[in-house]
Design a protein around this ligand. Structure first.
Ligand SMILES: [Zn+2]
Length: 338
């Protein structure tokens, strides 16, 4: 980076006009800031040609304010222009129309860069020869602009066909891309009719909306869409009213649903009302225990049912019951200590 002085730099009109101008407020703010604090960040140049800082350059020249410059390397004019685009999009506070409009200016550059990549065998999309350019190019433009693929299509249509008044509103953010696009499409097709897929009625285009995530008219008329959304809402209400509530069990980690225990996380209230829940859990444990005992009894065929084996088995069962009783007594002692 050079020292601050009044450098003599070259302005390339094509480079200068690539970037949308600052509005009056932005320009005034920038000028006031430079006059008060000097030009803080260096201007970026490529072989002495400004690639970033056209406004700052003009202000510094006007007030004789010294500024620094940084040289940047680019392999071609196109590379420099693509860098300028990304740099502006990354720094300026532009709305989606402005971002799309700016990125579309670079369509031929992006298309030729994609073509080079395609020739090098690095293309994401297969080559296409549509009039709108390849899918790869549109994808790249949307990505660079940071807007959806669909928004790029709408911006492209608006920048080609909308009147200057509408474009001004779009640039100032007074109308959304979707609204302006819908109005333009309604106007362009105002004498046409469409047949609704649902009610099969032929209606003027004005009776059809454009879904916000699409760029063509809906296949259903607005009346049908209203009816469908009202029916969907009613169905959702019925569903939420009739869905069985899960009866939560106040033991942490356990609930009963249709007679079966399920795992949930609920707090543990210390209240006499807990008894039915304790009993319910005990019953679940007991049923499960008895079912397993029954299975093990079936395994005990006549061949192994000697008096000695039966005594061992019976003792084991009684011992389990004793252990349960032991757990119970110990827990009662624990509670009494608290
Ligand atoms: Zn309809």
């Amino acid at each position: 980076m050079s020292d601050k002085k009044l450098h003599t730099l070259t302005i390339d009109p094509e480079f200068r006009d690539l970037i949308p101008p600052l509005n009056d407020d932005e320009l005034t703010m920038l000028e006031e800031s430079i006059v008060a604090n000097g030009c803080e960040s260096p201007l970026i140049v490529w072989n002495g040609v400004i690639v970033d800082g056209h406004n700052r350059h003009a202000i510094c020249q006007k007030h004789n304010i010294p500024f620094a410059v940084t040289e940047k390397e680019f392999s071609s004019r196109e590379d420099a222009m693509l860098w300028m685009l990304r740099n502006q999009l990354g720094r300026r506070n532009l709305n989606s129309y402005q971002r799309g409009e700016l990125a579309l200016k670079f369509e031929p550059l992006i298309a030729s860069a994609s073509k080079k990549r395609m020739l090098a065998g690095k293309a994401i999309d297969p080559p296409q020869n549509s009039a709108e350019g390849s899918g790869e190019t549109r994808h790249q433009i949307a990505k660079i602009a940071g807007v959806s693929h669909d928004t790029i299509k709408k911006v492209k249509k608006l920048s080609e066909s909308a009147d200057e008044k509408t474009k001004g509103k779009l640039r100032r953010g007074e109308v959304t891309v979707h609204k302006a696009y819908t109005e333009l499409m309604q106007k362009e097709h105002e004498n046409e009719t469409r047949v609704c897929d649902r009610c099969k009625q032929e209606k003027p285009v004005a009776a059809f909306s454009i879904p916000s995530n699409r760029h063509g008219f809906s296949s259903l008329c607005k009346d049908c869409e209203k009816e469908i959304s009202a029916a969907a809402k009613a169905a959702a209400e019925v569903a939420s009213a009739t869905t069985a509530k899960v009866e939560t069990h106040p033991v942490n980690g356990m609930a009963m649903l249709n007679g079966a225990p399920i795992h949930v996380a609920t707090p543990l209230p210390d209240e006499p009302d807990m008894l039915p829940h304790v009993m319910s859990t005990l019953e679940t444990a007991a049923h499960s225990f008895l079912a397993t005992v029954e299975t093990s009894l079936r395994l005990m065929t006549r061949g192994i049912a000697t008096p000695e084996n039966l005594r061992i088995y019976e003792e084991a069962l009684l011992s389990i019951a004793d252990q349960a009783h032991e757990l119970f007594k110990n827990h009662v002692k624990e509670i009494e200590k608290r």
